[in-house]
Design a protein around this ligand. Structure first.
Ligand SMILES: [Mn+2]
Length: 602
């Protein structure tokens, strides 16, 4: 048996021949990605971007090849699904990650401050907290997935300029009883690869430690103070005899680069204490007192901006996590299809099945709430109610993805409740699938996002015209595009960056949408066609648009609801690599649905 099958939902020993064939296709498609790294399997053909690929020998050390061979190692070593999903992932070098960001800031009079998330109450009452999710930037810098931590660091172009401390909450005896003892400061120091870890009430010691200098803890260099003294004076740069660099004894205007969460944090502390920040031995008021002194100037932009730029380019270790999240989530989609019974299963029960299946694969958190929309609910873009009964002859649109160490998958599939697409559902599905396959091929280094999106819109209109008859025959595609026809049926973007957030940050502040695709990006590809009554009725009332549209066919396909197909694409030097391996063609989806529950692999 091909070892690559062993981690699929399917297992050749327990499935029908048909399902095994589908599994083999999935595995083949995956192996095609794995081995070549530059070919992508399309519905009818295999598209190569080899024109720009260097010879294989020169590619041996390429990052994506390393990822692929690591993955193949997983596949050949794993005996079971459980084993595959518990195999260790390559560890993340948090120190280098931080150094490459913090070294972009000047050395003198600069501090980095990042704040972790706080627990939120579920309903405004004490005692019940919502499930915690770390602030992504803090997760990125430290790997810590707990609330009430802080990172403080010096910065500068050289590695030795950078000293980083973590401040962790000290647990009271009572907290230890209720919540356990938690990690020691030494364990935290090791896992985060920081220089020292202090308790938050040791803020003064932590500041003192940073003051003492970056190069050596033992070196006594009073002149290297980077923290303002109690009584500010003018900045007096002086020559540091020890290393010949400029150092500030007193910082009149120390710049603190902070993640935006600090603002919230300061505000909350201010409200809680109901006064300006008092200097006490607890972290919050102490840093607040320091922070509001006139010596500090806060920069809320530069740090998150630099982190975002780096987060947009995924390393091999990050790709492994997104891939693991995709593998488990892909399996969980299929498990959910197999669980579904028409006229018996509710949408929220499919959601539960997705969560159970991904949890069995060691993915304990979802990247976002599941969208499970059957029939017409598929046309509600962010439908999270998930309360309807899934009826026969309907398709169910499921947008669901689980996380691996904070990195999420974002996968959408549509499946027929009774294992077989109706003819109309199939027609609609294939329009979207063709657009998606065409678009994925264009996810290449240097590609202009707006061009890919425009082409996808044109192809949507073409499909609506030629396959569905929703756009009238004589309508010019470009004119329809100009008239906004594609937005009537596809009212969202073609994709977005993906990573520690489902709509991840990219190099363009304030939007998760790419402008130019770069090697290392992971971007979703998620075209859809939806029949949203509010939108098509508005179009049918619009003089310009109604001439282009066929009401009868709109109403016919509105019964299907909507289709979205979403995969997660990694941009590499050698072309796009699809990290999502959930069955996708009509044939493969139907085959996967039709494995009976007794035949399912555990
Ligand atoms: Mn998405």
């Amino acid at each position: 048996m091909n070892s690559s099958l062993s981690f699929c939902t399917f297992s050749t020993t327990t499935t029908t021949r048909r399902a095994a064939a589908a599994a083999a296709r999935t595995a083949r498609e995956r192996n095609l990605f794995c081995r070549s790294g530059r070919k992508i399997k399309t519905q009818n053909s295999s598209v190569s971007s080899s024109a720009t690929s260097p010879p294989r020998a020169r590619r041996e050390n390429d990052e994506e090849n390393q990822v692929e061979s690591d993955e193949n190692a997983f596949l050949s070593d794993a005996n079971s699904i459980a084993e595959f999903f518990s195999m260790p992932l390559p560890s993340i070098d948090f120190k280098s990650r931080r150094v490459s960001i913090f070294s972009k800031f000047p050395r003198d009079n600069r501090l980095i401050l990042a704040v972790s998330g706080e627990l939120q109450t579920r309903n405004g009452f004490e005692g019940q907290t919502a499930r915690f999710r770390q602030i992504p930037d803090f997760m990125y810098l430290t790997g810590i997935n707990e609330p009430d931590y802080f990172l403080l660091s010096t910065c500068g172009p050289k590695e030795e300029d950078i000293k980083t401390v973590i401040l962790c909450p000290r647990k009271t005896e009572q907290m230890k009883v209720w919540m356990g003892t938690g990690k020691s400061t030494e364990e935290i120091r090791e896992s985060t690869m920081c220089d020292r870890c202090f308790y938050v009430d040791e803020i003064d010691e932590a500041m003192e430690y940073l003051k003492k200098g970056r190069e050596s803890e033992s070196r006594k260099t009073d002149e290297k103070s980077i923290i303002p003294e109690d009584t500010p004076t003018d900045a007096t740069p002086s020559n540091n005899k020890n290393n010949g660099r400029r150092a500030f004894k007193i910082a009149q205007s120390t710049v603190v680069f902070v993640t935006p969460e600090l603002d919230d944090f300061l505000l909350k502390k201010r409200l809680q204490s109901n006064q300006a920040f008092v200097n006490s031995k607890t972290w919050g008021p102490s840093i607040s007192a320091t922070a509001t002194s006139s010596n500090f100037r806060f920069d809320y932009v530069a740090l998150p901006d630099k982190i975002a730029r780096q987060r947009a380019i995924k390393t091999k270790e990050e790709i492994e996590r997104i891939k693991r999240a995709n593998d488990g989530s892909s399996d969980a989609h299929v498990a959910m299809w197999q669980f579904s019974k028409p006229n018996e299963t509710y949408e929220f029960q499919l959601e539960a099945e997705f969560i159970a299946a991904s949890t069995k694969r060691n993915l304990r958190e979802l990247g976002y709430p599941c969208i499970v929309g059957s029939g017409k609910n598929a046309a509600i873009l962010h439908y999270e109610d998930n309360s309807a009964l899934c009826k026969e002859k309907e398709i169910v649109l499921v947008d669901a993805g689980a996380e691996c160490e904070g990195y999420t998958a974002d996968i959408t599939r549509c499946f027929p409740t009774d294992g077989k697409f109706t003819e109309d559902a199939k027609l609609l599905y294939n329009v979207v699938l063709d657009v998606q396959i065409d678009a994925i091929e264009r996810y290449t280094n240097g590609a202009i996002w707006a061009d890919i999106a425009r082409r996808a819109k044109l192809k949507i209109i073409e499909g609506l015209q030629k396959k569905l008859g929703v756009v009238n025959e004589d309508v010019d595609l470009n004119e329809a595009l100009e008239a906004g026809i594609s937005e009537v049926f596809l009212p969202h973007a073609l994709g977005h960056y993906l990573g520690l957030q489902v709509h991840d940050v990219g190099p363009n502040a304030a939007t998760p949408l790419p402008v130019v695709l770069e090697v290392g990006n992971v971007i979703t590809c998620e075209p859809g066609v939806y029949f949203v009554e509010a939108l098509y009725e508005k179009a049918l009332a619009n003089d310009k648009q109604k001439k282009m549209l066929n009401r009868e066919n709109i109403e016919r396909f509105a019964k299907v609801g909507g289709v979205r197909i979403e995969d997660n694409i990694w941009i590499t030097k050698h072309g796009p690599i699809n990290l999502t391996r959930c069955p996708k063609t009509v044939e493969d989806v139907e085959a996967a649905c039709n494995i009976s529950s007794e035949q399912q692999a555990k």
